[in-house]
Design a protein around this ligand. Structure first.
Ligand code: CA
Length: 235
C-alpha cells in the first residue's frame, strides 16, 4: 500500500486529507510539526510527503531541508502563499510539486498520482542503470563491473569479478569447486582443474579481504567449498 505522510498543523485540514486519501486507497500518517515529520519519515518510510509550508512557528521549507538529509522521498508542498517566487524557491529546495490552497481534493490526488508516477519511472530507470548489490561497505555494480570496498575501487579481473558476483547472488549458499567451474568457468573438471578455482579464490580474497587469512566475505566450508557471507565471517 502506498504510504503518504501528511505534515499539517491545522488538524481539520489534516483530518480532511486523511479521510479523503484513505478513501482513495492510501495509507496515511499525520505529523503536526517538523519533529514529528522527521520521526515519521524515518520510521514509516513514506512513498510521498504532503508538506504544508505554514506550520505555525515553523516553515515547511525548513522541514523539507531536514527531511532531505535523511530521505529523497517525493514531496509536494501545500502552500497558501500566492507568490510565484516563493513557490519556485520551494521547488528549488527539493520539492517535486506544490499545491496552492484552497485546493480541491481531486487536484490533490491528481498531483499525488503524477509525482508518484514520475518517481516510479525514475526509480525503475535507476535500477536499470545501476544494478548494485550492497552488503555493508561492499558494493558490486554488475553494470559497470566495478567493486568498491569501503569506498575503494578494486582492480578485479573479469573472472574474479564473475566469481564474486556468482557467489554474492546466493549469499550463504555453499558451492563446491566443481559447481563453480561449471557456473563461472562454464567448464567441467575434465577441462579445468579444480585448483583453478582455489587459485582464483585466493587472488580474489587478496584484493577483497582486509585479512585474507581470515576472510570476512568469502569463507571456506571445509570439505565442501566456498560461500559468500552476509554477516561477519569466521573461517
Ligand atoms: Ca498549516
Amino acid at each position: 500500500m502506498t504510504k503518504i505522510l501528511v505534515v499539517e498543523d491545522d488538524l481539520a485540514n489534516a483530518n480532511m486529507l486523511e479521510r479523503y486519501l484513505t478513501g482513495e486507497g492510501f495509507e496515511v500518517v499525520i505529523a503536526i510539526d517538523g519533529a514529528e515529520a522527521l520521526r515519521a519519515t524515518a520510521s514509516m518510510t513514506p512513498d510521498l510527503v504532503l508538506l504544508d509550508i505554514g506550520l505555525g512557528e515553523e516553515d515547511g521549507r525548513d522541514v523539507l531541508k531536514e527531511i532531505r538529509l535523511i530521505s529523497d522521498v517525493p514531496t509536494i508542498f501545500l502552500t497558501g502563499r500566492g507568490l510565484e517566487s516563493e513557490r519556485i524557491a520551494g521547488l528549488k529546495l527539493g520539492a517535486d510539486d506544490y499545491i496552492v490552497k484552497p485546493f480541491s481534493l481531486g487536484e490533490v490526488s491528481a498531483r499525488i498520482e503524477s509525482v508518484l508516477r514520475r518517481a516510479g519511472a525514475n526509480l525503475a530507470q535507476h535500477q536499470i542503470d545501476a544494478p548494485t548489490m550492497r552488503f555493508g561497505d561492499l558494493l558490486i555494480n554488475e553494470n559497470t563491473h566495478e567493486v568498491h570496498v569501503g569506498g575503494e575501487l578494486l582492480e578485479l579481473t573479469s573472472k574474479e569479478f564473475a566469481l564474486l558476483v556468482f557467489l554474492a547472488r546466493s549469499p550463504r549458499q555453499v558451492f563446491s569447486r566443481e559447481q563453480l567451474l561449471e557456473h563461472v568457468w562454464e567448464s567441467s573438471g575434465e577441462w579445468q582443474n579444480e585448483a583453478t578455482v582455489t587459485e582464483h579464490i585466493r587472488r580474489l580474497r587478496a584484493k577483497l579481504e582486509t585479512d585474507p587469512d581470515h576472510p570476512r566475505w568469502i569463507t571456506t566450508v571445509r570439505g565442501v567449498g566456498y560461500r559468500f557471507e552476509v554477516e561477519a565471517g569466521s573461517s
